[in-house]
Ligand binder design. Structure first.
Ligand SMILES: Cc1cc2nc3c(=O)[nH]c(=O)nc-3n(C[C@H](O)[C@H](O)[C@H](O)COP(=O)(O)O)c2cc1C
Ligand code: SF4
Ligand code: SF4
Length: 254
């Protein structure tokens, strides 16, 4: 079974490629995560998890969802992490997670896709986005072949610096940077409510036609990137920057 969490579409794009090529069932974990519910799932085929990389780890909310859910049937677990740059030493933590869940860790696949972290960085220009997505295809196909042929993903060796980022920077990042207080909507907001609907943390409520952010945010960037009017800003960090949402995968692609 293909299970995915995706803020701006990159991880969903890769999940679709696997689901189509392997003719496997695809589950969007959005509703489970939004409602803070665990899942009770069964699959006779390997589990293939897809998610963005957040500070060189699996997003904490997706990790907790896996920890709290039950997976019966097949014991193999593959992890595909999309990223703007690299996944750090995330694989070691995924291996530990699998041990806790009595799953057989089959490896981590890093797929470099366009950066979406508009609250911190620039996202690439549209032409560059297209190139990055096209360049991801060999990794995606390689991953599909591994699952199809019952092989582990290629071994991913993290450097010393990557280990530091995963194990030392990640907790500092969550404690200091993952906050919603700097989001606000400008006057071009049309009160459509989309930002509230796409928030995986159910952290946005509409008050007098305007979004109001609560304290429970995972910095997925869905609200700011998916607003149809580009009405959302993050302090002064996002002003003038293009937003990013991954286009849907062409269904004819293998
Ligand atoms: C909060 C946050 C943290 C991120 N941390 C990393 C990171 O550690 N390494 C990296 O290469 N990309 C990082 N990124 C970029 C995303 O992992 C990347 O763009 C991903 O493909 C987005 O997936 P999605 O569209 O499925 O949400 C981060 C993005 C966000 C929003
Ligand atoms: S998605 Fe944008 S336009 Fe719609 S309510 Fe939210 S801020 Fe306003
Ligand atoms: S408030 Fe925005 S960035 Fe934070 S979790 Fe919700 S959609 Fe994602």
């Amino acid at each position: 079974m293909i299970l995915y969490f995706s803020g701006t579409g990159n991880s969903r794009y890769c999940a679709e490629a696997f689901a189509y090529a392997l003719q496997d069932e695809m589950t969007d974990c959005f509703s489970f995560l939004r409602q803070k519910e665990s899942a009770d799932l069964h699959s006779d085929r390997p589990w293939v998890f897809f998610a963005p990389t957040y500070a060189w780890q699996l997003p904490h909310l997706f990790r907790d969802f896996i920890l709290n859910s039950t997976f019966s049937g097949n014991r193999d677990a593959y992890f595909v992490l999309t990223c703007g740059d690299d996944v750090g030493n995330a694989g070691v933590l995924l291996e530990k997670l699998c041990r806790k869940k009595n799953l057989h860790y089959r490896g981590i696949l890093e797929v470099v896709m366009p950066e979406n972290y508009i609250a911190m960085f620039n996202v690439p220009k549209p032409a560059t986005q297209k190139k990055i997505i096209a360049n991801a295809e060999p990794s995606i196909q390689n991953g599909i072949d591994c699952v199809r042929n019952n092989k582990d993903f290629p071994v991913y060796k993290a450097t010393f610096v990557q280990k530091l980022k995963t194990h030392i920077v990640n907790p500092v990042f969550y404690a200091t940077s993952v906050k919603a207080k700097d989001f606000y909507a400008t006057d071009v907001c049309i009160s459509c409510g989309k930002c509230a609907n796409v928030c995986v943390c159910n952290n946005i409520r509409m008050e007098n036609g305007r979004p109001v952010w609560g304290k429970n945010c995972t910095h997925c960037m869905a609200c700011i990137c998916r607003c149809p009017k580009e009405a959302i800003e993050y302090a002064d960090k996002s002003k003038g920057k293009p937003r990013y949402v991954c286009p849907p995968r062409d269904k004819t692609e293998k």
